[in-house]
Design a binder for this molecule. Sequence first.
Ligand code: ZN
Ligand code: ZN
Length: 114
Amino acid sequence: MGLITWKDEPLQVPEGEGFFNCPTCGARRPCWLWRTVRRGLLFGKVPVTAPQVVGPERFRCDACGGEFAEDGQHGYDYGPNAVTQAWKCFRCKQEVPYERFDCPHCGYRLEVGN
Ligand SMILES: [Zn+2]
Ligand SMILES: [Zn+2]
């Protein structure tokens, strides 16, 4: 009987490519979505368990290389589109770029969160 070695190895697995609101760049950027997956490896290479997702999804910004974990606090708004829908200012009814929380036309400020 040989020695059976068991390794539980975390793997970074790219899940997809899209766009997100990068907090460092302060802009919508192309990014990779990553997941950390764990699987048991026999002899360090034979997968013996189905991969299990651990931890939150993470975004890696293509522009600045920053990594950000999905924490439910940030509006990363990951998606396939570089441009998201503009919203209409409640006061002056003009269009405001999606990523802004204040109206560049009249200064109205959208209150977000609490
Ligand atoms: Zn960035
Ligand atoms: Zn306005």
